[in-house]
Design a protein around this ligand. Structure first.
Ligand code: 5AD
Ligand code: SF4
Length: 483
């Protein structure tokens, strides 16, 4: 029996990619190892969005040098965006790596491991660069594979990611994704619906649709074009699915039609992740985001009109090329004005091959980036806490995911244990419960709140199985729209 260890960094796309790679290797007879030193095959699924993510992987690879000397038969592989971006350079920096496989070529991992094991030398499988071939050939080289999935790799058995789109065509000036994941391509709607049905049959209650700009999803042309709103309608009709989410959104494509679909389809979570990135027009312009702060404000108004209780979250980059104190003040104003549920804040990291790296110097010193990061986070946290405190006393339907982080850190085992879950609006709720409650949607009343967590108690302290099944059987649409 071969043993596989895989370490994943980066976005949800990578989590899903790892799930698919593991599924394909299990079919070849592999089983998962808990640690690298217990495995015959060690894979890193990597991210290139920021330098820091790459440094971590190269340092982890460095630690494997000795292992490879002592056990030359072990296979070491680098997968994902860094593999696509650095290609041959991964071998130059870490000569003991056996395979380098870009995100569009992951279906070849089992075959490439076999080759390496047979002694055929280093294996490199990457997709074509955006200018390295005819449009169709480039697209095909980035297509994701459509495999049997492996429930064991999912975050939980009742939640799954489902890719509806690969690649990105927005070409934001700072971003490496359009290079590493190639041109934007929507998957065939029938394939998406079929996969969702399989997931529902396996007991999935929540499906998170993934795309780099998921709300730009389209399939086909002309009047027959299928968009995200249509897709949501079809997915909504699948029995067994209780919640649908989609990430990540692009502001320009958050159309009224889509927002109305979210409003009218009760299984679709009133939760929207739509990164603003900066609150200053000149910075947005240099970032080539394709919208102004006013455009974003109109989008927020559209959201508040259609979905008054929706939770909106954002991403920000601080210290982008040429960002002044005045630009940064505007970003702060936006965070105060838009009252995001939460924001992910990043220090700008120059990526070679991007327009920003070509055109603008990375001229904001790291100390200033760090200060801006801290300041923005502080403002956001205060807002998150204020908005969470408003929810005290309310009862929300919580999809219970499992023991809380605190309980896991303490190594507690249950059955009585602190559990964690999420509201329909993606807010994290912890409560004293039992391990068997994982995978249920239960009413939890909130009694305390911090910036990132709601603390609640289960409405029915010791529900019998009959009560559980009654709760499960409530018709869709019963879920509270907010929270
Ligand atoms: N530097 C810092 N942050 C970046 N992001 C994307 N590219 C960079 C970069 N070069 C951030 C954006 C994006 C999130 C996934 O990562 O905020 O929304
Ligand atoms: Fe990168 Fe912009 Fe595409 Fe997001 S929309 S993946 S930030 S290029």
């Amino acid at each position: 029996m071969m043993r596989l260890y895989i370490e994943t960094v980066g976005c949800q796309m990578n989590v899903l990619d790892s799930e698919l790679v593991v599924a394909s290797l299990k079919r070849q007879g592999y089983e998962l190892a808990r640690a690298a030193d217990q495995a015959d095959t060690i894979l890193f699924n990597t991210c290139s969005v920021r330098q820091h993510a790459e440094d971590k992987v190269y340092s982890a690879l460095g630690k494997l040098k000795r292992t490879k000397q002592d056990f030359p038969d072990k296979i070491v592989g680098v997968l994902g965006c860094m593999a696509q971006k650095d290609q041959q350079r991964v071998f130059d920096r870490a000569p003991y790596v056996d395979l380098v496989v870009g995100p569009g070529q992951l279906h070849r991992v089992p075959e490439l491991i076999e080759e390496a094991r047979r002694g055929a030398g280093r294996q490199l499988a990457v997709s074509l660069g955006r200018r390295e071939g005819a449009v169709e050939a480039v697209r095909r080289s980035h297509e994701s594979f459509d495999p049997l999935r492996d429930p064991e790799m999912r975050p939980t058995p009742f939640q799954a990611y489902l890719r509806i789109q690969v690649g990105c065509d927005k070409f934001c000036a700072y971003c490496v994704v359009p290079m590493t994941r190639g041109p934007e391509q929507g998957r065939h709607p029938d394939a998406i619906v079929a996969e969702a049905r399989t997931l529902a049959d396996q007991g999935c209650l929540e499906i998170v649709l993934l795309g780099q700009t998921v709300n730009s999803y389209r399939y086909g042309t002309g009047p027959a074009t299928v968009r995200l709103a249509h897709l949501l309608e079809r997915l909504h009709a699948i029995d067994g699915i209780r919640r649908l989410k989609f990430v990540t959104g692009f502001p320009k494509d958050m159309t009224r039609e889509l927002l109305e679909a979210v409003r009218d389809l009760p299984k679709v979570s009133p939760y929207l992740h739509v990164p603003l990135q900066s609150g200053s027009d000149p910075v947005l312009e240099r970032m080539k985001r394709g919208y102004t702060v006013d455009d974003y404000r109109s989008m927020m108004e559209r959201i508040r009109d259609t979905l008054p209780d929706a939770a909106v979250s954002s991403d920000f980059i601080v210290g982008f090329c040429g960002e002044t104190e005045d630009d940064f003040e505007r970003t702060k104003e936006c965070v105060r004005a838009f009252r995001f549920k939460n924001s992910f804040i990043f220090k700008y990291s120059e990526r070679s091959g991007t327009k920003a790296a070509e055109r603008f110097p990375d001229d904001v010193p790291d100390g200033i980036k760090q200060r801006r990061n801290n300041e923005l986070l502080e403002i956001q946290n205060a807002i998150s806490e204020e908005d969470n405190v408003r929810l005290l006393g309310r009862t929300f339907d919580v999809l219970v995911e499992g023991p809380s982080k605190t309980a896991r850190k303490k190594g507690e085992e249950g059955p009585d244990i602190q559990m964690t879950g999420r509201t329909h609006c993606d807010r994290i709720v912890v409560f004293d419960g039992e391990t068997r409650q994982a995978g249920r949607i239960l009413p939890i009343t909130i009694y305390d709140a911090s910036a990132h967590t709601l603390f609640g108690i289960l409405d029915i302290p010791d529900p019998t199985p009959q009560v559980y099944s009654l709760l499960q059987g409530r018709s869709r649409g019963d879920e509270e729209r907010c929270g």
